[in-house]
Ligand binder design. Structure first.
Ligand SMILES: [Zn+2]
Length: 314
């Protein structure tokens, strides 16, 4: 009996030591920062979150470094947007067990919100009528990939991460449930606040630098007149610039937004001598630190960035 107790004590001790070492090193790795904001809310007090694409870099043109490859192989849970939306990491993810990954573009509840590119249904944002029928796989040529700016999508991303972490760590159920509940509550309050804040500027026309905001714009009914480029690495064509210039001359444009990741001298020359304001929108929240509230800070920052350019007259 004494021996039996002795050995079972050792066994319990070994299991506990293993768990302590596991949790001390365990982490969640997320491809891009805004999705890391949501992961940080759900994993708060449970596991740290690390981001692959660093501040100042763009997910459209990122190239993995050897240290990124190591992060990918070492992580306990990888959250990313799949090989079509994030081709820069597709080859390296190939070896990682599907049990340790979440591919957000494969989740049905998230696919429901995808907005087609170049859809006539989506031109009039105020009508909220972007229909889509996403099949099994996501295609970035058909759908806009920047779905993280939608609060509805964010809620479903949070639910997906919560479900996966529950599977991986059932013993953390209470904390995980509490984190999800808190996130959903704060998200609803923030969403209502932004809806009120943006109401007075819903009809103000503007151009954005790249088409990273359609989910936010559709949700809040904003009136984008278009974008300079689909891929921020590629400069807009002359014909497209001429059309934007024509719209500016017709006095329909209040603001043109650039982005902190890209210096666009073409915007300076376009608005020179006009009454058009220049603002900045950051689709990745590069200045925001990861925390349980960082996704809400990100949405509020976008709202403030829209307001400060669209409210002010030059
Ligand atoms: Zn983008």
């Amino acid at each position: 009996m004494i021996y039996k107790n002795f050995f079972s004590n050792i066994l319990i001790h070994l299991i506990l030591s293993y768990l302590i070492v596991f949790y001390a090193h365990a982490n969640i790795l997320v491809s891009i920062k805004p999705i890391g904001f949501i992961a940080s809310a759900i994993a708060d007090g449970i596991m740290p979150v690390d981001i692959l694409v660093p501040n100042g870099a763009s997910e459209h043109s990122y190239i993995l470094r050897p240290s990124d490859e190591k992060k990918l192989q070492d992580t306990d849970l990888l959250i990313w947007n799949g090989p079509d939306a994030e081709p820069f990491m597709a080859k390296s993810v190939f070896n990682i067990s599907s049990n340790k990954t979440i591919v957000l573009t494969d989740i049905k509840e998230i696919q429901k919100f995808f907005i087609p590119i170049n859809s006539n249904n989506c031109k009039d944002n105020s009508k909220h009528v972007c229909k889509n029928n996403v099949d099994s796989s996501f295609n970035s040529k058909t759908y806009n990939i920047h779905f993280w700016t939608s609060p509805d999508v964010a809620r479903n991303i949070a639910i997906t991460i919560h479900k996966k972490l529950l599977q991986l760590m059932p013993q953390k159920k209470d904390k995980l449930n509490e984190n999800l509940k808190q996130f959903e509550l704060s998200l609803n309050n923030t969403d209502k606040k932004i809806m009120i804040e943006l109401a007075p500027i819903r009809n103000k026309g503007y151009f954005v630098f790249h088409d990273a905001y359609v989910y936010f714009e559709k949700h809040y009914g904003l009136s984008s007149m278009g974008y300079f480029t689909k891929n921020p690495e590629i400069q807009p064509g002359l014909k497209h610039l001429y059309e934007i210039k024509k719209t500016i001359k017709e006095n329909k444009v209040v603001c043109i937004f650039s982005e902190p990741q890209f210096k666009v001298s073409v915007i300076d020359s376009l608005i020179k001598g006009t009454k058009v304001n220049q603002g900045v929108l950051d689709p990745l929240g590069s200045n925001i630190k990861l925390s349980k509230d960082s996704y809400l800070t990100f949405l509020l920052q976008l709202s403030n960035q829209y307001q400060s350019c669209l409210k002010n007259k030059k």
